[in-house]
Design a protein around this ligand. Structure first.
Ligand SMILES: [Mg+2]
Length: 227
């Protein structure tokens, strides 16, 4: 029998990779402000409780707004990112096996729209960029569901779908996945960049191909075939 009903994924570092392990925020801060140091300083301010998550988002996006960023420039910049090997076929196979799939991520909607437009996810919790009619960036609606909020998003989906939390799985790679990994019935640290995440997850998978996950999410049809 299928051991879980829902699998939620992180995006940057999990489904989407960068040769230097950069995430979309770092790429766009560099492209539009030339400043790589703000990534570290703002993360530290956030960690110390000096700024909220929404303020962190607003500070980064303000730099892109000052540079007059538009959709085409953002899409050109995120060409540094690519889908992890096997993403399409693995997600399609998990979907075929009957798992409900979701995204709970601190990425930007434009990353998924660009790299994975025909995705199998029922729920997509991400930050959303706003553009005017000329496709010039005008702002960003910050997700309330990053970092500790990821755990809340998982609980909300589980409640709505009437799925026990023990039958909800999560796959992620970084510090912002720790709380949701604790919450989920089964958590996978996929190529983790954070020791704490590896500690709280049920398994750690180090692989270049997303298909390495499939062994943990077997086909529910086995049961049906057995009658
Ligand atoms: Mg990540």
């Amino acid at each position: 029998m299928r051991p879980f009903d829902l699998i939620c994924f992180d995006v940057d570092g999990t489904l989407v990779v960068h040769p230097e392990e950069k995430i979309v925020w770092e790429i766009l801060n560099h492209r539009f402000t030339g400043d790589d140091l703000v990534n570290v300083s703002r993360f530290e301010q956030y960690r110390q409780g000096e700024i909220t998550y929404a303020e962190w988002v607003a500070l980064d996006v303000a730099g892109w707004l000052r540079a007059g960023a538009n959709r085409a420039e953002i899409i050109a910049a995120i060409a540094e990112l690519r889908l992890v090997d096997g993403a399409h076929e693995t997600l399609a196979e998990l979907h075929r096996r009957g798992y409900k799939l979701g995204i709970i991520s601190g990425t930007l909607d434009i990353v998924l729209e660009t790299l994975l437009p025909e995705h199998p996810f029922d729920d997509v919790f991400v930050n959303r960029l706003r553009f005017d009619e000329k496709q010039v960036l005008v702002g960003c609606d910050p997700t309330p569901y990053d970092v500790d909020g990821k755990a809340r998003a998982l609980r909300e989906i589980a409640l709505r779908e009437r799925i026990p939390i023990e039958r909800c799985a999560f796959v992620g790679d970084a510090f912002n996945d720790v709380e949701v990994a604790r919450e989920a019935g089964f958590a996978v640290a996929f190529n983790p960049k954070c020791q704490e995440l590896a500690r709280v997850c049920d398994v750690t998978v180090r692989a270049a191909h997303l298909g390495a996950l499939l062994r943990y999410f077997p086909d529910g049809d086995d049961d049906a075939i057995a009658g």
